[in-house]
Structure formats: structure tokens, C-alpha cells
Design a protein around this ligand. Sequence first.
Ligand code: ZN
Length: 319
Amino acid sequence: MAAGNDIDVLVSEVGPRDGLQSIKSIMPTVAKKAWIAAEAAAGVREIEVCSFVPAKILPQMADAEEVVRYACTIPGLTVLALVPNFRGAENAIAAGAHKIALPLSASETHSKANLRKSHAEVLDEVRRIAAVLKAMPAERRPGFEGNVATAFGCTLEGAVSADKVVELAAALMAAGVDEVGLSDTTGYANPAQLRSLIRRVKSAIGSDKLSGVHLHNTRGLGLANALAALEEGVTTLDSSLGGLGGCPYAPGASGNIVTEDLVFMLDAMGLKTGIDIEKLLAVRQILREALPNDELYGFTPDAGLPKGYSRGWGVTRAA
Ligand code: ZN
């Protein structure tokens, strides 16, 4: 399980990958480094810092290797990199990423648009990557997560069958990933659907193998979905500072859940994230300066913390 003993929920920041790949602006490397360092200093323990895709496809990620190498120098930070295929995994491993994540889209149409691969072809890549990882010494071997993307619906295919998601989660485990995550790439999920799918996937692959959920706030249900996942025992939640993010191949799907709002919700509920919310709110300034033409989202940053706020205030627990 990703959450450490001293925290209840691991908030995994994905803005430098999901956020930046979805906007036209290219953030200078120096600003990416400052962003990652400032979030780590605020107590964020895991950051998905980049995607290893060719620069001609995503020029926003051209500095992936440099960003990973830099992030790995920050003590206590788990550095996650998204990899679309075997080649990307090789590069991420060479750069020293602590963990790699590969998306497998439940919608085969989306998979072909996004990775230009069928399900069988993606699973072949997973097996090749797993074989390379297996041959590495355990102390240098990065973690390997498979993500079922478009798990709750697809802008191209519409509804996605829950049976298919369960089948693909099991296929990813069989192909050699350490754990599986579920991604609402398109912002279609609702809390009831999330609860049901989390239960089904956990019973298929083991409850300790469903690592986390990746949610978008496209229809305003992001935090409701996060709470539903939490109540189903999921302890890793992805989010993006300022709500940057989306999927370039899923038209209309924009914006991960906002890290600041997620951390405020968890913190106010008395849950430990290890994150200092005031320091976190201050990190927005780096984004505002580096991306002056891009919109930042978030209710908590706009409204400010409640007067006299402290973690878990007003929460009464039975002795
Ligand atoms: Zn996403």
C-alpha cells in the first residue's frame, strides 16, 4: 500500500505530467524543477513528473529525462514517470524513476488513438517491461503500475463495460505489473460507479493490488468520487495543482481534481496527508508566473482557508 505508516492518504501530484501535457504552453524546465521542489517541501511525497513520449508528439515533455534526474535528488520524494510503451519504460528506468506507470485504455478505440495499440499489443509491451525489471537488482528496480484508463467511460466509445475493466486489471497483473490503478480519464465517473468498480477489481486482483484512483473533475464530481474511493479503502489519490490537466485524445475532458481542494478536504476531515496546506497553496505562485496565459482552478485557493483553521477542526471522534 502506498500510504506510509505516518499518513492516512497519499496524495499523488500528477500536474507536471497530466496537467502540462494537456495545455499548449511549454513550461520551462527551471519552472518544472521549482514546482516539484516546492510541492515536495510542502510535504507532497509522490509526484508524477513527466511522460516518456517522443518530443515530436508532446514537446511539453521533451525534458523528461532531466526532470526525473532532478526530482530524484529530492530526499523522501517518490518520482513517478508515465510510459506509453517499452521504449519509454527503458528511458524512464535509465533516468532513475522510482516508479513507472503504463496506461491501458479499457476503450480499445481510445487505446488506438492514444497509444496506437490494441489491448493485446499493450499487454505485450507490459510483459517485455516486466521481464526487464525482473532482471534488475531488487534495490534498483522501479515499481511498475498498470493503469486502466477510460475505466468509467470514453468520449469515443461512450459506456465502458465494467467486466472489461476487471478483465484488463487481471490481465495487467498477469502480465507482470506490481499493482493496478483505475483512471477516470474522461471525467465520466460517479460515486456509485466508482464504489462498485473498486469492489469488483479488488475482488478480482486482491485488495492490496488496487493502488489508487486517478480522477478528473470534468463534471464537478471529482471530490465526491475521491471520497467514495476513500470509503472503499483506496488510499492513493491523484490530483493536479491548480486543476491543470486532461487528455488530449479525449475531447472535452479537462482538469484533474485540484490538489489544493483535495488536501483541504482530507485535512479538514482530520486525515493525515503529511502536507502543509498553507505551503501547498503558496506553490500556485510558481504556476501563475510560469504559465501566465493558462487558467488555474480551485475553490480553496480562491476562498482561502477558513478563519482559525486547523487540521480536523470540528471533527469529534469516539474515544
Ligand atoms: Zn488524467
